[in-house]
Structure formats: structure tokens, C-alpha cells
Design a protein around this ligand. Structure first.
Ligand code: ADP
Ligand code: MG
Length: 487
């Protein structure tokens, strides 16, 4: 067997342990209204202003399924190359919680709307396939607020009833890096589809992280612990690392792992037991008598397939084949729709190779520094392509282009205007360059003699001097030629 260099192992004395991870991702469906009511889902509203009688679970209220949310879930299933189940069932998952006024959550248990699928990860040493077990629709609960008052807990029901897709992976992930790539890829696919905005700060994407360990080479899975409700990729990675090490330590001490639900304390960087793992029968699942089984036709699914845009994997393939990008460049440029659109707009009218380098290099660094998204870029795609053309046709050098670029970052100005206003145009007139070269040789007689007597290393010095007196504007290629001749 070939050795996988990115293998993530935990070592204790002579023992090596492999980490096994499966994720239950909760993705908020992009939809104006909730799964079973017409209340708004807008984020950030005053508490309890987006709560219908259904969301507040007043007696006698009946849920009505939101067709748009069903379409969103099916589209996501198509994006995950998954089996779409034409018949699915909503069940009641019974439990008590202060922010769950119904006393049960409407979810899908035995018959989810989407079955098995897959996600491809682009890892540094190649691609890896992660299996999807299922995707089901369910409602979100409300929110308990514990930190506004020393004695009371407040409940905000705005989120109550918002549609979630729970996307359950197979236990195919093997390291924190793979989890990072998996969540990003999932988010990217859903953003392309417009089915979840993936905004982790607003809680639109969060995950329960299941972790177990086993001796390297062992086939059987170890007992897993489930870390609940982790809302950032960084925290997922930290939680996994911590939890895997905790389990390895227990095994090394000859103890066994209890299957339990744990909580990740981000401040202390540790996981803590919340409760022993509940089993499905603890929830007394049963089909919700208020809702009929959900049945969709082939026609309904086929129509949705027509709405699926080109997704990241296909776009990556196209970028590599059509534009000759490296897999690395293509992966970066397709990571979100906005970036790939920007790229495609830039190269409509300019050189692909230069555009790729300027976007992945200068532009990303500059945006990063200003903490801006590509959609907020001060430099429009049109103006970046103009800048690239100025380099390509020799009007400015790559070095001067960086100065122009910095000016453009300060406001969306036409690079041609900046070059004119600041007099940055590259000097390519042989006559003008010759006189600059003559002056530099004249000013450095001794060095010129040394050069002629064999100290060829000095050539670089002369190029540097000419560039300097030209204010960086001399065409370096021409300077080289003229210097060779004159020296
Ligand atoms: P539950 O609702 O009880 O948590 P699910 O079947 O919905 O059960 O989810 C189980 C999750 O745990 C899946 O993501 C699965 O991949 C993962 N999982 C199952 N067994 C293991 C294991 N031994 N180690 C790590 N993850 C596991
Ligand atoms: Mg679970």
C-alpha cells in the first residue's frame, strides 16, 4: 500500500491511531419564509417579531409545507449527486426544551427527501470522495438567551420553524484538514445553487461533529462521541483535535469510550460531556399526523434539474481544459461563484495567464488586507482587464503596474487615466533610452572600464542605474539591448 503523506495520525509510544469523523451539517435553507408558515426568516430582526401562530405552536394551528423549501432541498440533493426520494415523510421528534414550544421538532426520520450522494474534496495530494448518507428537511428551534439577565432566560422564537437541511456524511473523513475542505466544498456547492448562504456567523451553517479513533490498520470503528452545534470551521478542527486526543488517552489508559454527546468549550479549548448519547427511540419518532407524506413527481425533479447551474467541480474542469489553468489555480478561482464570475469577466478582454496571476496574487492579497469580499472589490473586472492589457502591450512594466494597482485599490479609476495623470508610461523610445544609457555610462566611467575588462557581473548594476534615473519607467528589455551594445 502506498503511504499517504497527508495521513493524520495520533501517536502514543508504539501506537498510532487514526481519527474517524462524520458530520451532521445543519444548513439553513435560503427562503423568504419558514418551512411550515409564512413568517419571515430575515436575520437580525427584533426578538419575537417574526413568529406566526404556527411557529408559536398555539393549539389548533396546522403546518403547511412551503414548496420553495422542498425545491431548495431537492436542488441541494442534485448538487450532491444524490438520490432524490420521490416519497418522504415528516416525523415528530419529541423532546422538551424551553425554546421548542411544540414540544417536538418536525423532521424526517426513516424516509428523508434525499438519499445517498457524494462530495469530492480537492486535497493537496489529490481528490477524495466523501459519502453523503442522507439529507432531510426539518424545522429549527427558537433561541434561548441566557446572558441578558442574571436570573432570567429569555426566549426568541424568530428562528422557530425556519427550514434547515440536515446533511449527514458517512464516517469518511479522516483529519481536521479534510473536515475543513468538506465544509467549504459543501458551502460552495450550496452557494452556487443558492440554497443556503453558508453564513456561519449568522448560524446559517453549523455542524454536529462525530469523532472516534481506532488503531491504525484496524477495520472496526471505535465508539464515537458527538460534539454538538459547532459554528465555525476553526472550532470544528480544534474540537476534533482535542476530542481525538482525549479518546486516545483513555484507550491508552485501558479505559473505554462512552458514547455521549459533548460540548466544545471554545474558551477553554476542551470538550465536556453534556449527556449520554440518546437513541432514536428516546425521541418517540412518529409520522406527523398534520402532514401528508411528501410526494414529488419525476417531472417536478426534472424541471429542477434544468435550474441547476454549472457547479464547482464542472467549472473547475472547464477552467483547466479551456484556459489551461493548473488544478491549484482552478480550485481557488471556482471556490465561489462571485470569484469565478469576476475571473471570467476579466479574461473576456485580457490575457488569461496574467489575469490569473493578478487575481490570485495581488488582488486577493489586497482584498484580504482590507477585509473585503470580491464583490466589494474597489477594482472592477473591467478595469483590472484594462490594467492587464497595459502590461501586455508594453505601455507599463509589471513593476509600474503594481503602483497603478495600488492607486486603483483606493478607488475604481481607469488605469489608463492613472498612467497618464502620473506620467507612468513606459519609456520605449530607443532615442530617449540611448541618451539615458549614455549618461549612466558617462557617470560611471570606472565601472564601465571594469566591465569591459571582464567584470561582467557589473551589467546588472548598469541596468539598475538606468531604471533608477528613468524613475522605473524605462522598458527593461530595451535597456538591456542598448546597454549590451554600448558597453
Ligand atoms: P445520530 O442522529 O444518532 O447522531 P446519525 O446516523 O444521524 O445518528 O449520524 C451519525 C453521524 O455519525 C454520521 O455523520 C456518521 O458518519 C457519523 N458516525 C457514525 N459512526 C461513526 C464513528 N464510529 N466514528 C465517527 N463518526 C461516526
Ligand atoms: Mg446526531
Amino acid at each position: 500500500m502506498s503511504k499517504d503523506k497527508s495521513e493524520y495520525l495520533i501517536t502514543r509510544k508504539d501506537n498510532q491511531y487514526e481519527v474517524v469523523i462524520g458530520l451532521e451539517v445543519h444548513a439553513q435553507v435560503t427562503s423568504e419564509s419558514k418551512l411550515f408558515s409564512t413568517s419571515s426568516t430575515k436575520f437580525g430582526a427584533e426578538p419575537n417579531t417574526q413568529v406566526s401562530l404556527v411557529d408559536a405552536a398555539l393549539p389548533g394551528m396546522l403546518p403547511v409545507i412551503n414548496e420553495y423549501c422542498v425545491k431548495q432541498a431537492i436542488k441541494t440533493g442534485i448538487g450532491l449527486k444524490a438520490k432524490i426520494n420521490k416519497r418522504s415523510v415528516f416525523d415528530r421528534k419529541n423532546y422538551f426544551y424551553a425554546d421548542l414550544p411544540q414540544g417536538y421538532q418536525i423532521s424526517q426520520f426513516k424516509d428523508p427527501i434525499v438519499g445517498e450522494g457524494k462530495v469530492i474534496l480537492d486535497m493537496p495530494d489529490g481528490q477524495k470522495e466523501v459519502g453523503i448518507e442522507r439529507l432531510h428537511l426539518e424545522q429549527d428551534a427558537g433561541k434561548s438567551i441566557h446572558d441578558l439577565d442574571p436570573k432570567n432566560t429569555f426566549v426568541d422564537l424568530n428562528r422557530s420553524g425556519v427550514a434547515l437541511m440536515e446533511i449527514v456524511s458517512k464516517p469518511d473523513l479522516r483529519s481536521p484538514d479534510e473536515v475543513n475542505a468538506y465544509v467549504k466544498k459543501l458551502r460552495s456547492i450550496m452557494r452556487y445553487l443558492g440554497t443556503c448562504d453558508g453564513n456561519m456567523q449568522e448560524g446559517s451553517l453549523r455542524a454536529d461533529v462525530n469523532v472516534s479513533v481506532r488503531k491504525k490498520g484496524s477495520k472496526a470503528f471505535g465508539t464515537r462521541c458527538e460534539i454538538k452545534n459547532v459554528n465555525s470551521i476553526k472550532f470544528m478542527q480544534m474540537a476534533i483535535e482535542h476530542e481525538a486526543n482525549r479518546q486516545v488517552d483513555l484507550i491508552e489508559e485501558g479505559q473505554s469510550i462512552d458514547q455521549e454527546t459533548r460540548l466544545f468549550d471554545t474558551k477553554k479549548n476542551e470538550t465536556r460531556s453534556m449527556r449520554s448519547k440518546e437513541d432514536a427511540h428516546d425521541y418517540r419518532y412518529f409520522p406527523d399526523p398534520d402532514l401528508l407524506p411528501l410526494e414529488v413527481s419525476d417531472d417536478f425533479i426534472e424541471k429542477l434539474k434544468l435550474e441547476i447551474p454549472e457547479l464547482p467541480d464542472e467549472k473547475k474542469k472547464r477552467f483547466i481544459e479551456k484556459f489551461k489553468l493548473s488544478p491549484y489555480e482552478a480550485t481557488i478561482l471556482v471556490s465561489d461563484n462571485e470569484t469565478s464570475n469576476y475571473f471570467e469577466n476579466v479574461i473576456k478582454k485580457s490575457d488569461v495567464k496574467l489575469a490569473t496571476n493578478w487575481i490570485i496574487g495581488e488582488l486577493f492579497a489586497a482584498l484580504n488586507e482590507k477585509n473585503l469580499e470580491i464583490t466589494e472589490s474597489p477594482i472592477s473586472a473591467g478595469n483590472l482587464s484594462k490594467l492587464i492589457n497595459l502590461i501586455k502591450d508594453g505601455t507599463i512594466s509589471g513593476k509600474i503596474a503594481k503602483t497603478v494597482f495600488e492607486n486603483m485599490m483606493e478607488g475604481d479609476k481607469d488605469p489608463k487615466k492613472i498612467v497618464e495623470e502620473k506620467g507612468l508610461k513606459q519609456e520605449s523610445d530607443p532615442k530617449a533610452l540611448e541618451s539615458l544609457v549614455d549618461k549612466v555610462i558617462d557617470d560611471n566611467r570606472e565601472k564601465a572600464t571594469e566591465y569591459k575588462s571582464g567584470k561582467v557581473k557589473l551589467f546588472g548594476f548598469f541596468v539598475g542605474q538606468v531604471m533608477k534615473v528613468s524613475g522605473g519607467k524605462a522598458n527593461p528589455q530595451l535597456v538591456n539591448e542598448i546597454l549590451k551594445k554600448k558597453l
